[in-house]
Design a binder for this molecule. Structure first.
Ligand code: ADP
Ligand code: MG
Length: 422
């Protein structure tokens, strides 16, 4: 047992549907509002036909070795946060048990762990002492924490006045610097600017280099691949896969199992992702006139992406677009209808809006691409978020890559553009 840091045996967590046991944080409230209630109820029903209960986790067993960095991936509602809450003892399992060897530092969703009335300084001490550290140990780390969080001038301000960015920065800095043997991190990368996210990733890397165990929930697949030595994929409350083939699991997460049906059209038939700003209704690939594209397409002509959505409430911060991934899970790019100068943005109107965007011929290579429809209120909140709950469709390209007699098949490299020479 000496090498084992976390031992979990048959963990189950049962919730009562529609009855939250704890006040939701704002982030949770938002993400819950755009979840699909249908799947949740269905899950409750097929497990023993108890309509009012459902298992957020069921029969989850695993061992994690000391010093491992484990990525935890899975769709929205898969049970990732529930698992971390059980490991950090914020909530207890309905069944099963866990054994932890070492103290746990955790950064769960924004809102847990900090006392809003206390200042940044006081919260650092409070968190340290909760982790069983002596005042002197905390003092030794204090300057590093403040520097990392970049909040010096607000150190003596109650954290309730912090912006969400400052709050997360401090929470992460505290969790990562205090010397707990186990660090749990839940989706921090969804918040904060790109610079800070990079800093966090670097810090997680350092922490793992010190031999501490890290469990890292993220839907940033590039971060999972870069940081994690192993990966656990949760699906409907159970472990679908757990192992060291991180890259392959990321691919499976994004592209589904080898034989799964890859459709190039998504229709919102289950009333998902409802929101007043842009409720996606239909998302598909077609030709210039809007006829459905037949897969696989040849790459000799342009393909168009059509996004139809319903707007009930106009908001100038609305941005709609797509993310495109290649088969190994690499994100190729994000595109938004607001990427150009403002006068070129598509004006949304109340009611049904259709956006069209061209994927130029001879840009992509032969292969299958995952395209997710993404929507957000710029710098405020996600409506449908890549890797998390954004509707996916698939584009398969075969042939038509160039008119040259030399290149008939897939080319080396990720892209296959035809460049000009003169
Ligand atoms: N306190 C709660 N009461 C009832 N249901 C909950 C509660 N917390 C989470 N759930 C539900 O449990 C499921 C798993 O949630 P969660 O662990 O947050 O998933 P993830 O973090 O993978 O998105 C979801 O369907 C969620 O709505
Ligand atoms: Mg979660």
């Amino acid at each position: 047992m000496g090498d084992i840091s976390i031992h979990a045996k048959n963990i189950g967590k049962r919730y009562v549907i529609g009855q939250r046991q704890r006040q939701e944080t704002l982030r949770e409230a938002i993400s819950n509002a755009i979840r699909t209630p249908v799947s949740r109820i269905a899950r409750g029903m097929d497990r023993g036909n108890k309509k009012h209960f459902f298992w957020a986790l069921k029969d989850v067993s695993f061992d994690i070795n000391n010093g491992e960095v484990v990525g935890i991936i899975g769709r929205n509602g898969a049970g990732k946060s529930t698992l971390l809450k059980i490991l950090s003892r914020i909530t207890s399992p309905t069944e099963g048990y866990i054994k932890l060897h070492g103290r746990v530092g955790s950064l769960l969703e924004v809102g847990t762990g900090f006392h809003l009335e206390l200042t940044g300084r006081e919260n650092i001490y409070l968190n340290g002492s909760i982790l069983g550290m002596r005042k002197r140990d905390i003092e030794n780390n204090f300057d590093d924490i403040v520097k990392f969080a970049d909040i010096d001038s607000f150190l003596d301000t109650p954290v309730k006045h912090y912006s969400s960015g400052m709050y997360v920065r401090l929470a992460f800095a505290v969790a990562a610097h205090l010397d707990s043997e186990i660090l749990l991190v839940d989706e921090i990368l969804a918040v904060g600017d790109a610079g800070f996210q990079k800093k966090c990733l670097g810090k997680i890397k350092d922490v793992s280099g010190e031999g501490r165990t890290v469990l890292f929930v993220s839907h940033n697949m590039n971060a999972i691949e870069q940081l994690c030595g192993s990966c656990m994929m949760l699906e409907n409350g159970t472990i679908k896969r757990y192992g060291y083939e991180v890259r392959d699991m990321v691919r499976e997460y994004l592209f589904g199992a080898e034989d799964s049906f890859k459709t190039s059209e998504w229709v919102n038939s289950r009333d998902e992702l409802d929101n007043p700003w842009f409720k996606p209704l239909h998302f598909y690939l077609g030709d210039e006139e809007g006829n459905n594209a037949v897969m696989p397409i040849r790459n000799g002509s342009d393909t168009y992406l059509y996004i139809t959505g319903e707007v009930k409430q106009l908001d100038p911060a609305l941005t709609i677009g797509y993310a495109i991934y290649c088969e190994d899970g690499t994100l190729l790019y994000w595109s938004y209808q607001t990427d150009g100068p403002e006068e070129n943005w598509i004006k949304m109107s109340k009611g049904i809006n259709v956006l069209r965007s061209k994927i130029p011929k001879r840009l992509l290579n032969e292969g299958t691409y995952r395209i997710e429809c993404i929507g957000r209120l710029h710098s405020r909140q996600w409506l449908f978020e890549p890797g998390r709950n954004a509707p996916p469709i698939f584009l398969t390209i075969q042939g038509g890559l160039s008119d040259s007699p030399h290149w008939m098949s897939r080319r080396p490299g990720i892209l296959a553009p035809i460049m000009k020479y003169n």
